[in-house]
Design a protein around this ligand. Structure first.
Ligand code: FES
Ligand code: FES
Length: 161
């Protein structure tokens, strides 16, 4: 099947690729563009490890057609740090031992980033709701919730990035 061109912004840079009409964004990011932050877990929309931001909204890249991303702004956890300086959410995850194996962490960070961009001071229940589509097999969730609340208390949601 003929491949189709697609162009978009990825973590602030112009990127382009050729995709199968039915190809998903996760494959393009990982295999085509070498961004390995979004993970392949279930491949069917139930685990959240492939979460990216598309025009600021958290989306499951395994269920997103790559061709539908033409002209969109895609953000992944790879773009969160500012050079050697971690994003406050990343620092809070470290400080609160919110990453163990780390497989869920990019998706969790992305879901948390979307939450704080819209709601800089969420309640605990709002944090739980925001990450309810992201499965973690290691932490029991409490350190993740604590990290997100700590980042919010430190003003992470007030940043533009
Ligand atoms: S890999 Fe996309 S939701 Fe599981
Ligand atoms: S830290 Fe291992 S799955 Fe969440």
């Amino acid at each position: 099947m003929a491949k189709l061109p697609v162009q978009f912004r990825l973590n602030g840079s112009d990127r382009a690729g050729f995709v199968d009409p039915a190809g998903n964004l996760l494959d393009l990011l990982r295999r085509g563009l070498g961004d390995f932050a979004p993970k392949y877990g279930c491949g069917q929309g139930t685990c959240g490890v492939c979460t990216v931001l598309i025009d600021g909204e958290p989306q499951l890249s395994c269920l997103t057609l790559a061709i539908s991303c033409e002209g969109r702004q895609i953000e992944t956890a790879s773009g969160m740090a500012d050079g050697p300086n971690l994003h406050p959410l990343q620092q809070a995850f470290m400080d609160n031992f919110a990453a163990q194996c780390g497989f869920c962490t990019p998706g969790m960070l992305t879901a948390a980033r979307a939450l704080l961009a819209k709601n800089p001071n969420p309640t605990r229940d709002e944090v739980v709701e925001a990450i309810s589509g992201n499965i973690c097999r290691c932490t029991g969730y409490e350190p993740i919730i604590a990290a997100i609340l700590a980042a919010a208390a430190g003003g992470a949601g007030m940043r533009r990035a």
